[in-house]
Design a protein around this ligand. Sequence first.
Ligand code: HH2
Length: 289
Amino acid sequence: MASPDLMVVPSSWQVGRFPFGRPAALMGVLNATPDSFSDGGRHLDPVTAVASARVMQEAGAAWIDLGGESSRPGARPVPTEIELRRVLTVLSALRRSGIDLPLSIDTCKPVVARAALDAGADAINDITGGSDPELLALAAERDCPLFLMHMRGEPGSMQDAPSYGSVVDEVEAFLETRLRRAEAAGVDASRVVLDPGIGFGKRPEHNAALLRGLPRLGRNLGRPLLVGVSRKSLIPALSGQNLPPGERDPASHVLHALLAPHCALLRVHDLPGAASALRLAAAVRCEEA
Ligand code: HH2
């Protein structure tokens, strides 16, 4: 058998009708919430949400990720009717105004996912990694792309002293298991994109180990990777600079430029800034180590 270093690792995939490849494309975050950790309140208003999505589209976004429930550390679940109202208001405004970018619905509730798919969403982004069999059954029924993320615990308590033996081994094993569970539920594995869940039940050193381990995760899992570091608290924790979320874009873009060769999709808040960072990185990327 070839040694892992000699194995051919795919650098492009077709996920349903959507191309994924490395270096990464960009997914713009639209949080239709009052309380998201960095942009809470901005995109509850459909007019503002459409304007932001247009900026993302013009800057070259490949995807929009729309959510109606914050998953920041300490967040409480939002009642289904409220989450539904938030996301459907913004989603129908986006589609009415001609924003036709591929869109994932960031939810773990099957009812919300189903309604969003009916209203024109293209994919499900599940931060619980497919914990709910009903959500997996829905993804199988619709044959849509399914983004499965690793989280330790749940948002309300996930940052209460998370600990791991080897975080990269454990996240890899979790994602492998969840990929198999999705397959067993009827989801075609070629529809699945995997995400190590930066900031979800992890301390700064766990996040750093996972980011360093992305090439290995990509190689061993054999699926495209989605990664979200934008504005997250690993930035002040690892840089030693105590910045509030609204001032973390430049540092986020340093990470985006570094991570782009190792994943297929980067989930970002400031899409024009991230696009510039990726262009700059691509212009100077060395061909050989
Ligand atoms: N991060 C957040 C939410 N959803 N989904 C995936 N697949 N990966 C992520 O890293 C990820 C995610 C958290 O960021 P944000 O949506 O900006 O904040 P909030 O959860 O407070 O709305």
